[in-house]
Write a protein that binds this ligand. Structure first.
Ligand SMILES: Nc1ncnc2c1ncn2[C@@H]1O[C@H](COP(=O)(O)OP(=O)(O)OP(=O)(O)O)[C@@H](O)[C@H]1O
Ligand SMILES: [Mg+2]
Ligand SMILES: [Zn+2]
Length: 265
C-alpha cells in the first residue's frame, strides 16, 4: 500500500502559535500530515529578495548588452560617455552645433529614410567627435539604429586588408559592412594625404550608402574647400543632396579650456 495514502488531511487545518526569531509570534498551520507552515513574513522577505535579485540581474544584463552594442558600433572607450546632454554650449557656435545634433538625433526616424548626411568641419578639440558620438549613442538607444563609428584610415585599411592572401573577409564583404549601418560616423577625413586608392574606396563606400539612402556623418579638420578636393566633387555632391549640412566648429579647443584637462591625444 502506498505511503501517501496514509497522510492525513486536516480540514480545517490545525493551528498552533509559533515564534520566528526575526518576526516574533505567528500562527503556524498544518494542512497535511505533520507539515507546519513557516513564518509568512519570512516567506515574504524571501520572495522580495528574489525579486530584487532578479531585477538587479536584468539590469546588469541590460548594461552589458548596451556596452556590447557600443563596442560593436566601434565607439572608442573614452568617448562612450560623450552624450549630447554632456556637451556644454557657452558660445553661440557651440549652441548651433548642439542644436543641430539634438535635431538630427530627434529626426533620425525620417533621416534614416531620406539619407540626409552631415559634415562637421573645424578646429581640433571643438567637440566634433563628441557630438557625432552623442548622436550615434542617441539613435542607437532611441531608434534602435545600427551605428558604426570609424575613421577614414580604419575604413580604408579594413577594405585593403582583404586584398592580402588568406583574408577571411572578401573586399565586397568589407565594403558591405561599411554600407550596412543605418548611420556611419566617419571621423578624421583628410588626416592623411588621400591616395587615389583611398579616394576610390571612399567613393565606393559613400556612393553605395548614397544609393541606399543611408546617412553618413563626416568629420574633418580641413577647411571646406580642401574637404571638397579630398573627397572629390562627386562624393561631395552626393553628401549635399537630400539637405546635407555643414556645421562649422571654429572656436578654441576644449582640450585647453575645458575640464577634461587629462585628455590624451
Ligand atoms: N562643448 C563641449 N562640452 C563638453 N565637452 C567638450 C566640448 N567640446 C569638446 N569637449 C570635450 O573635449 C575633448 C575634445 O573634443 P573632441 O575630441 O570631440 O574634438 P574634435 O573636434 O573631434 O577634435 P579633433 O578635430 O582633434 O578630432 C573631448 O573629450 C570632448 O568630450
Ligand atoms: Mg575628433
Ligand atoms: Zn520570520
Amino acid at each position: 500500500m502506498s505511503h501517501i495514502a496514509n497522510i492525513e488531511l486536516h480540514s480545517p487545518p490545525l493551528t498552533k502559535s509559533a515564534v520566528c526569531e526575526t518576526h516574533g509570534d505567528y500562527e503556524s498551520r498544518c494542512y497535511l500530515g505533520k507539515i507546519w507552515t513557516a513564518c509568512p513574513a519570512c516567506a515574504d522577505d524571501q520572495s522580495k529578495k528574489e525579486r530584487t535579485e532578479a531585477e538587479a540581474k536584468e539590469q546588469a544584463a541590460r548594461v552589458e548588452s548596451w556596452r556590447r552594442k557600443i563596442g560593436e558600433a566601434g565607439i572608442p572607450e573614452r568617448f562612450r560617455d560623450r552624450r549630447i546632454s554632456t556637451y556644454a554650449a557657452t558660445l553661440p557656435g557651440q549652441q548651433r552645433a548642439l542644436d543641430f545634433a539634438k535635431a538630427y538625433a530627434a529626426q533620425f526616424g525620417e533621416i534614416r529614410k531620406t539619407g540626409r548626411s552631415a559634415l562637421f568641419i573645424g578646429l581640433p578639440g571643438t567637440g566634433k567627435t563628441h557630438l557625432a558620438v552623442g548622436i550615434g549613442l542617441e539613435v542607437m538607444e532611441h531608434h534602435g539604429a545600427a551605428v558604426l563609428f570609424t575613421t577614414v584610415m580604419r575604413a580604408v585599411r579594413r577594405v585593403k586588408d582583404t586584398w592580402g592572401r588568406g583574408s577571411r573577409e572578401s573586399e565586397s564583404e568589407a565594403i558591405a559592412a561599411l554600407v550596412f549601418p543605418d548611420l556611419l560616423i566617419l571621423d578624421e577625413v583628410g588626416v592623411q594625404f588621400g591616395s587615389d586608392t583611398e579616394k576610390l574606396l571612399l567613393f565606393d563606400i559613400l556612393n553605395e550608402r548614397y544609393e541606399k539612402r543611408r546617412p553618413t556623418i563626416l568629420m574633418s579638420n580641413l577647411p571646406i574647400d580642401e574637404v571638397v578636393t579630398y573627397l572629390g566633387a562627386r562624393v561631395f555632391d552626393r553628401l549635399r543632396e537630400g539637405g546635407g549640412e555643414f556645421i562649422s566648429f571654429t572656436w578654441e579647443s576644449y582640450r585647453k579650456t575645458g575640464t577634461h584637462g587629462a585628455e590624451g591625444i
